[in-house]
Design a binder for this molecule. Structure first.
Ligand code: ZN
Length: 140
């Protein structure tokens, strides 16, 4: 990575940092509305969850930007923090604050997806339970 490239990324990252600090939204800005109506209450709840997910995303980008600026400082910017491999220029152009190369990012995404599928799908746990019951009958 050339000096010019690094300076360019530092500029993009600082601009992003300023943009994020200006938005300045926080969890306090989420109003908890209540309703006696079950349907309405469910709508309020999903709107809250959406707002919280947005804030979490924002906070993680903010952390990512700060860490990327630190990596520019210590000269490790452009290397994957997971495997140490080089992060492609195209990937850095798209997401300058990414700490991972595409391979490590895909592995991380896959792990997250599997985890959320298992935890959002109680029937998997039920199937285990049934298998256990079957086993109990067999051995009785
Ligand atoms: Zn990697």
């Amino acid at each position: 990575m050339t000096r010019t490239n690094l300076a360019g990324f530092a500029e993009v990252l600082r601009a992003k940092q300023i943009e994020l600090s200006r938005s300045g939204r926080s969890l306090d800005s989420i109003v908890i509305e209540r309703s006696a109506d079950v349907l309405e209450e469910a709508q309020y709840k999903s709107a809250r969850e959406l707002a919280i997910a947005g804030l979490n995303r924002e906070a993680s980008v903010r952390r990512g930007v700060a860490m990327a600026l630190a990596r520019i400082q210590n000269g490790t910017f452009g290397s994957c923090v997971c495997c140490g491999g080089e992060i492609s220029q195209r990937r850095l152009d798209a997401v300058p604050w990414t700490p991972f190369c595409i391979r490590c990012q895909e592995a991380a995404d896959l792990g997250e997806r599997v985890f959320s599928e298992v935890s959002s799908n109680p029937s998997w746990a039920r199937r285990d339970h049934l298998a256990g019951a079957h086993f109990a009958v067999m051995s009785a």
